[in-house]
Design a protein around this ligand. Structure first.
Ligand SMILES: [Zn+2]
Length: 433
């Protein structure tokens, strides 16, 4: 079968080395490897890393194919350097049973650009009243090991407790969207000085911190595995830090937009900056950066949330929350966190690879790049400069908060089991819509 020699790149983690890929696996890693009959790909000046993993995406299929499909979302993921993504269950119908998670996984395999690891709903129809059939989803062909009602929190502590206990029995993870909805009704942005000035209803940090605190207590009580989605507040970071110090089984993620933007972006009432949880103040952003650097936060996850133009181009109060993230994640991290010195490039890559792979089971993904491992790899140019143009994105939607920004760092190649899903910055599926 085919063989490829990635020559002269810098491995992260590691150092300068060639990577020989054969039959879908890493065959050899070392300097001065002989190409033999392998095709040689020059990687001088490029970084070679394990394929990126995104714990949190919304691919909108089934139900909102006008905003994204598994194909367009897979293309966006591959272009962003991802080889594995985890689609959330808030589809229509919701992924609260074996049939829907199997359909999503099968459609992902058919498209074949990125591995999909579907997240199942915790409660039936995500209504928060009774547990969904977690066991059936776990035993299904999709082998679901993570459950979430993302978009909504699990409101009732009693139900979260039962979910943590039940999931614990088969080693699964409960991922919560932390929001006390009694404090966030009709909220348009972070509650702070600016929301007062703009006359917009605010979403207080306390609404996140309270649920994070509750969830950590229940994880401690049950011994279950808890994952916290898209942390956005300094208080949440501190709660997770102290829970980890006492051995609570918790992992956490943060999005590129919460690491790089503040509530000041809402000054022009532009719905593209409306997201849940909302963009916070500078002190929160700095706490998230510090938490990511010291490992309190395990992973960067995009919460890629496509919305059709008609849905997002309305008044702020009517617009649904959410932003695109897959195609800009790496560059935002390199430009806004690595360049200013918050993270090293190795740390940034760790939070996109082995960090997320610690949060749930993702066989074959997250690295390391060692002989025998599936060749799920990302090759990027850390120095490439590019300007984000919404119309040039592979996503079916256009709601990126980074439109017009010049970013540094761009994916050159993505390999899924040794096969290029992206080559020289282009998806290899022939541009099928
Ligand atoms: Zn969420």
């Amino acid at each position: 079968m085919s063989a490829t020699l990635l020559r002269g790149g810098r491995l992260v983690p590691g150092g300068d080395a060639d990577v020989l890929v054969r039959d879908g696996r890493v065959a050899e890693v070392g300097t001065g490897l002989a190409a033999g009959r392998a095709e040689v790909v020059d990687c001088a000046g490029l970084v070679v890393s394990p394929g990126f993993v995104d714990l949190h995406v919304h691919l909108r299929e089934p139900g909102r194919e006008d905003a994204e499909t598994i194909r367009t979302g897979s293309r966006a993921a591959a272009l962003g350097g991802f080889t594995a993504v985890c689609p959330m269950p808030n589809t229509d119908p919701p992924a609260d049973n074996a049939g829907v998670v199997e359909m999503v996984a099968a459609r992902g395999r058919e498209v074949g650009l990125v591995d999909l690891f579907p997240v199942g709903a915790v409660t039936l129809a995500r209504r928060g009243t009774e547990l969904a059939e977690l066991g059936a989803m776990a035993r299904s062909a999709a082998a679901v090991d993570t459950f979430s009602d993302d978009g909504s929190p699990i409101r009732e502590a009693r139900l979260l407790r039962r979910a943590l206990e039940y999931a614990r029995a088969f080693g699964a993870v409960i991922a919560d969207h932390c929001e006390d909805v009694s404090l966030t009704e009709d909220a348009q942005m972070h509650e702070g000085e600016l929301s007062g000035l703009l006359g917009l209803r605010g979403w207080p940090a306390a609404a996140e911190d309270m649920i994070v605190a509750r969830d950590l207590m229940l994880a401690e009580l049950t011994g279950g595995r808890l994952h916290l989605c898209h942390l956005s507040t300094a208080g949440a970071v501190e709660l997770v830090r102290s829970a980890k110090a006492r051995g609570v089984r918790v992992t956490a993620e943060v999005t590129p937009h919460h690491l790089s933007l503040t509530d000041a972006a809402l000054t022009r009432y532009d719905p593209v900056f409306k997201v849940n949880p909302p963009l916070r103040g500078k002190a929160d952003v700095e706490a998230l950066r510090a938490g990511l650097a010291d490992g309190t936060i395990d992973a960067v996850a995009t919460d890629h949330a496509p919305h059709a133009r008609e849905a997002k181009e309305v008044e702020l109060a009517q617009a649904p929350p959410g932003m695109l993230g897959l195609e800009t994640a790496l560059a935002v991290l390199l430009t806004d966190l690595v360049e200013p010195g918050w993270l090293t490039i190795d740390q940034a890559i760790e939070r996109l690879t082995s960090g997320p792979a610690r949060c749930r089971s993702l066989p074959g993904h997250g690295g390391p790049i060692t002989p025998g491992a599936p060749a799920n790899l990302t090759v990027f140019d850390p120095a490439a400069r590019w300007t984000v143009r919404p119309e040039a994105l592979a996503s079916r939607s256009r709601n990126t908060p980074f439109a017009g920004r010049e970013l540094h760092g761009r994916v050159r190649h993505t390999l899924l089991r040794g096969r290029f899903s992206v080559r020289d910055g282009a998806v290899t599926d022939g541009g099928e819509p």
